[in-house]
Design a protein around this ligand. Structure first.
Ligand code: GLC
Length: 734
């Protein structure tokens, strides 16, 4: 009996202690509670000063937490292609840590060029694991600004010219990151489509262009990607800074899209306390401050959303509900990340992550020409192979601005080719040289161009095969943040070099690394052209695997390659359309961006959007739909066969475009509305099923400010690119 009493006593005691523990453990610290309950509880415990504090940075890449309540600060890091090296507390300098080397993943143009959302997911998951391991709560990625001009320095960080491709490719990337308890931060919202005057240029455009071209990828990131944070851009939109813009932040983002996360400034994107407070900004980062100065309080107190904001709240000029709304969003972000206790621990610079980067790089590489069938290369056919071009050896993960990386390894194209084809067969000549990479500064090359060219041409003349590796790089005024390109041509006298090489040897494989299109004056004499993007840590292995045929190229262009700059819509309306007059810029080409412009204006690009060759060939069957007549709330089921008619396995990104021949408004000649990447063994046929919602055939009606599907005929086509339509089918919307 005594034993039972004792046992009962201890069970009772345990229950009381547990109850007490729960009572003592406040809700916001109790991980069994919902995030919303924890937010509400934490908010109720915070003073006004503490609520204001969490709206601003305490250092270059972290915000204030609430030390009294044990609510940690948010740690942020760039960038879209890998986790940036640690930055100093209060400057842009590198902290020179020795434990922050990462995996450099391929640039996002390469990811877009895979046309394979599964690649986006494995990419997002891997980069999210690296951010998690580096204890970052917010990864400042991805960028989804639309490729409007080929001069934009940051196009390499984005998903190309088509809003539908960008929308489909960005969502799994965000899911992959956030599965790690790390917030993605989709950027730069919105209309930051150039680097020139990015800090203040005021963009004017129609609602149609805004809603049909520039918003969709951000909308997908929010409504499908459920992204937890978004970065306001530097520029102005219709007269108001993007980080303090009632239309884009309050009305569209938080209103129409019901975004429940945080709006974070680009670094230094806040300009006015009241506008920032009332127009939807939540977290202010990077405001012009010299940090700790000897003769004034910590300059962080002078942030727009710091003391000046506190004063407007205490004076009653701004209601406390305003700060409660911001603090609620910020606490929600903290509980999703920093205080999320059931997130994985991540991993850094692993073989698995390198394999992800290599696979994306292999699947994103685009074969543009192979008329002499030099590819795939069988090295046994050659005694001497000349590798020529600075990009065969140049480090391309440094520079470019905030997406710079310190990778654990970076396999150069030359190294990859030597490993693949045998170092004994390969001789290298630089051929051309650019200056040292430096942010916002163009450095001259220390080499004499003519001498480099002469050496390269001589080597080419006596080699069996030439593999040229050129393109752009991450120097200022190339593919880099902070500045735009000043020419559509290849830099560093490459056109002269390529032309000379073509005279010296007929067997040249041109491999171009870039995040932008460029002129090709040497194209008619080129038999073999391969667009390989910035491939990151495994660039050299990926290039070698595709050139050798170990992997069949399956990438397709995420943006058009125009023949010359004036062929582009953004360069067809004078400087007010690009780069603007230094105050205003008007997107006069409106909705006709990229292939929408080239197709509608019947201007032939060198290589069209969605184009890419393979080592095999594909045959498309006739496109068919499940019905002929649809109502606006239905989906159109599309089917057709694709056959691999060649001798090697391959993959094909099939595309479906829609057009409305008799619309009441101007509509592009065709618009991408579905795509699928299909892997086919030699000789294999597959029947593909794709779906398009009738409502996605709508255009945005400026007059009614709403989406509109008109009744009448629509034509759907299956295509291998925007300029290679295989078959068409007409349907009626009633
Ligand atoms: C930069 C970039 C942005 C980056 C941020 C932090 O100015 O525009 O993409 O994430 O500042 O480095």
């Amino acid at each position: 009996m005594k034993k039972i009493k004792t046992a009962l006593f201890f069970i009772l005691l345990g229950a009381v202690l547990q109850a007490n523990a729960q009572k003592m453990n406040p809700i916001y610290l109790d991980n069994t509670q919902t995030i919303e309950a924890r937010v509400k509880d934490a908010l109720s415990r915070m003073t006004l000063e503490e609520k204001v504090k969490i709206c601003t940075a305490q250092s270059k890449f972290s915000t204030h937490g609430v030390p009294r309540l044990g609510i940690p600060e948010l740690w942020m890091s760039d960038g879209p292609h890998g986790v940036r090296m640690e930055i100093l507390w209060d400057s842009w300098g590198h902290a020179e840590w020795t434990n922050d080397s990462c995996t450099a993943f391929p640039a996002l143009t390469c990811l877009a060029a895979t046309w394979n959302p599964q690649m986006s997911h494995i990419y997002g998951k891997a980069i999210g694991e690296e951010a998690r391991y580096r204890r970052k709560d917010v990864l400042l990625a991805p960028g989804v600004n639309i490729y409007r001009t080929p001069l934009n320095g940051r196009n390499f960080e984005y998903f190309g010219e088509d809003p539908y491709l960008a929308s489909k490719m960005v969502v799994p990337y965000i899911h992959g990151i956030q599965e790690n308890g790390v917030s993605a931060c989709v950027k730069h919202y919105v209309l930051n489509n150039q680097e020139k005057w990015r800090g203040h240029i005021n963009v004017e455009l129609s609602d149609r262009a805004l809603y049909e071209i520039y918003l969709p990828a951000f909308k997908a990131a929010v409504t499908e990607g459920k992204v937890w944070s978004i970065m306001g851009s530097y520029n102005k939109i219709r007269g108001t800074y993007a980080c303090e813009n009632d239309l884009t932040l309050n009305k569209i983002l938080k209103g129409e899209w019901k975004f429940d996360g945080c709006v974070i400034t680009d670094w230094g994107g806040a300009h006015n306390t009241k506008e920032a407070a009332l127009n939807g900004l939540d977290i202010e980062m990077g405001t012009g401050t010299d940090g700790f100065t000897s003769n004034s309080k910590n300059a962080y107190d002078n942030y727009y959303l710091a003391n000046p904001y506190l004063q407007l709240l205490t004076s009653g000029e701004i209601p406390v509900s305003n700060i409660d709304e911001k603090a609620t969003r910020i606490l929600r972000l903290i509980f999703r990340t920093a205080m999320n206790t059931n997130k994985p621990f991540g991993s850094l610079a692993t073989e698995e992550h390198a394999a992800v980067g290599r696979t994306v790089s292999e699947q994103g590489a685009v074969l543009l020409k192979n008329t002499a069938h030099l590819l795939p290369i069988d090295a046994s056919n050659y005694k001497s192979i000349a590798v020529i071009g600075e990009n065969a050896t140049r480090i391309l993960t440094e520079g470019g601005g905030s997406s710079e990386l310190k990778p654990k390894h970076e396999i150069s194209p030359l190294q990859g080719l030597k490993e693949k084809f045998g170092a004994d067969k390969i001789t290298y000549a630089m051929g051309y040289a650019s200056g040292k990479v430096e942010y916002d500064k163009v450095n001259k090359s220390p080499y004499e161009a003519a001498k480099l060219r002469k050496e390269a041409v001589e080597l080419a003349a006596k080699s069996d095969l030439v593999i040229y590796v050129g393109g752009l790089n991450k120097n200022s005024q190339q593919d880099s943040e902070g500045d735009d390109r000043i020419s559509y041509s290849l830099p560093f006298e490459q056109n002269e070099l390529i032309t000379e090489l073509q005279k010296a040897n007929k067997k040249i494989v041109l491999v171009m690394l870039s995040g932008n299109a460029y002129e090709m004056p040497w194209l008619n004499n080129a038999t073999t052209l391969f667009q390989a993007w910035y491939g990151g840590s495994e660039a050299g292995h990926a290039i070698a695997n595709v050139l050798s045929g170990e992997v069949s190229p399956s990438g397709k262009l995420p943006f058009s390659f125009g023949a010359k700059l004036s062929d582009y819509g953004s360069h067809s309306y004078g400087s007010i359309a690009y780069p603007g007059d230094s105050i205003n810029e008007i997107y006069k080409e409106d909705i006709l961006v990229g292939y929408r412009w080239f197709d509608t204006k019947k201007i032939k690009p060198l290589f069209p959007f969605g184009f890419g060759l393979s080592y095999t060939s594909f045959q498309y069957g006739k496109i068919a739909t499940d019905k002929k007549i649809y109502s606006s709330d239905e989906s159109i089921k599309i089917s057709f066969t694709v056959k691999n008619t060649g001798k090697v396995d391959g993959a094909e990104a099939v595309q479906v475009y829609a057009s409305q021949p008799k619309a009441s408004v101007l509509r592009p000649e065709k618009e991408l509305k579905a795509f699928k990447k299909v892997f086919l063994k030699a000789g294999e046929t597959q029947t593909l099923e794709l779906e398009i919602k009738v409502k996605d055939l709508a255009f945005f009606d400026n007059t009614t400010h709403s989406w509109k599907v008109e009744v009448g005929e629509f034509v759907l086509c299956n295509a291998a690119s925007s300029a290679d339509v295989k078959s068409k089918v007409a349907i009626q919307v009633k």
